[in-house]
Design a protein around this ligand. Structure first.
Ligand SMILES: [Zn+2]
Length: 487
């Protein structure tokens, strides 16, 4: 059968910001992918613009795993920066205490969106020594200078500076410095690796003097520590390309003399009414705000995953409703497959449809993670299988293959499990009667089936009402089986 070859040997292609081209992906070590993904700065709740990137990275790792790779992913948690220092001081707590709360929130939010845990979650403040050592290496090689207690990276010493973001540094004044971690392209300057303490600010006493690390050195040091001198994939939001990723390259390649990351993948912005979502724009939404207004975690995951990562995603209430109904349709389809009884035998047409859809699903994802194409393949399968069922052309022997296809889909998209209410309950949202578990529903449905069997319609109606009150809708089919779904 040809299917076997096409699924295992598909050529996977990613758009590489470094080359500006879509390239065939081949990891450095056969069978293993090392991947560094820039994580959140934990001074507040992450917003859904941030989660667009995190969902993309999750789809990426799940896809690579489905292709048989072992993925080693590192994500940093930036738990020291100007805002954190100011906010923790204002709150009268330590940096650690201040950031613990937002790290926990980040982990809870990740769980709600079915984001797999990276193999390493690294807190910047746990790796100050590694950052200091990397700065010392750069100093030994002549890439740094100090001024007023701070250590700066001299970009004139690194001729390749600008190769990722394609920034033109010709005519830039040597020695012009910037202390801020975040700055615009037109203010490309020597940047701070180590910042001298300001009065009253938290600092670390180290061999290179008292102070604290700049943002870019954090990621470079942790990437080198966990993944070695050259890693396969480095990814983040497109706004990190400059200066953050450009500076990470300058730091690590100057220190090691080796290429830092082989493939750079950048996710586009999430827009709200066609404007970039950001705190300063005031169009900022956290997951929790959306959840408490009744949005299901699965709707958000589906919406964020559905638009290919290099396209801007316009986030609107309508697009969320569309995502909710898509998830509903997929879940109902799986429930129909599992509960309806079909005639014995199998249908060649259905088998062919499954194979075709799976090939399109895989080739979509292999093409720079084109999730829109992959989803279209799945919805074609759902539509055609539903038609075959309605016409009585679907056979019991087709169930396993179609379910298998849906499971393959869910390995990547992870929206089929009907556990939104439980997840919201775990976050302390909704809860109460809404948080009825699947097992409880199954038990009540079985009880009602038993009542119907003994023709006790009073009991069966009472159970139906009880389920309805808890947001569960029943659909009785002609063959006597019953399907349920959450309203
Ligand atoms: Zn980073």
């Amino acid at each position: 059968m040809s299917g076997e070859n096409t699924t295992t040997k598909t050529t996977v292609r990613f758009h590489n910001t470094l080359s500006g081209e879509t390239e065939t992906f081949v990891p450095l070590k056969s069978g293993v992918v090392s991947m560094y993904t820039c994580g959140p700065t934990v001074y507040d709740f992450a917003h859904i613009g941030n989660f667009r990137t995190f969902v993309f990275q999750d789809v990426l790792r799940r896809y690579l795993k489905s292709k048989g790779y072992r993925v080693i992913q590192v994500m940093n948690l930036t738990d020291v920066d100007d805002r954190i220092i100011q906010k923790s001081a204002a709150a009268g707590v330590s940096i650690r205490e201040y950031t613990d709360k937002y790290i926990q929130a980040f982990l809870d939010d990740r769980r709600a969106l079915n984001l797999e845990l990276p193999e390493y979650l690294a807190r910047a403040t746990d790796h100050i020594d590694d950052m200091v050592k990397l700065i010392q290496r750069l100093t030994e090689k002549g890439f740094t200078y100090t001024s007023e207690g701070s250590t700066y990276y001299r970009i004139a010493k690194f001729p390749e500076y600008g190769k990722l973001s394609k920034i033109d540094v010709a005519g830039m004044q040597d020695g012009a410095r910037v202390d801020n971690d975040r700055y615009e392209k037109d203010s490309a300057r020597d940047f701070a690796l180590w910042k001298a303490p300001k009065t009253g600010e938290h600092f670390w006493e180290t061999p290179i003097g008292p102070g604290r690390p700049g943002w870019h050195i954090e990621c470079a040091a942790m990437a080198l520590k966990f993944l070695g001198e050259t890693l396969d994939i480095h990814s983040g939001g497109v706004d990190l390309t400059f200066p953050h990723h450009e500076n990470e390259i300058a730091e690590s390649e100057a220190a090691t003399g080796k290429p830092f990351a082989r493939y750079w993948l950048h996710a586009e912005f999430l827009l709200v009414d066609h404007e970039k979502m950001s705190k300063s724009m005031g169009n900022f939404a956290t997951l929790r705000e959306l959840f408490s207004h009744g949005t299901k975690p699965s709707s958000i995951r589906f919406l964020l995953a559905s638009v290919p990562y290099r396209r801007q995603l316009n986030f609107t209430p309508e697009s969320l409703l569309g995502a909710a109904s898509s998830v509903e349709r997929l879940r109902n389809f799986v429930s129909r497959l599992r509960t309806e009884k079909f005639e014995e035998g199998s249908s060649a047409a259905v088998a062919e449809r499954v194979e075709k859809s799976m090939q399109e699903f895989d080739s979509g994802l292999a093409d720079d993670l084109n999730t829109a194409q992959a989803l279209a393949a799945i919805f074609d399968l759902v539509r055609e299988a539903n038609i075959a069922m309605d016409r009585g052309e679907f056979r019991q022997g087709d169930v396993a293959a179609v379910l298998g296809a849906m499971e393959k889909f869910d390995e990547i998209f992870a929206v089929l499990q009907d556990d939104d209410a439980e997840k919201l309950g775990a976050l302390g949202i909704g809860g109460g009667s809404a948080a009825v578990s699947d097992a409880e529903v199954e038990a009540l449905v079985a009880e009602r089936q038993a009542a119907r069997k003994r023709r006790d319609f009073v009991a069966s109606d009472r159970l139906r009402d009880e389920l309805a009150a808890r947001g569960i809708v029943l659909e009785d089919s002609r063959d006597g089986t019953v399907r349920w779904k959450r309203k």
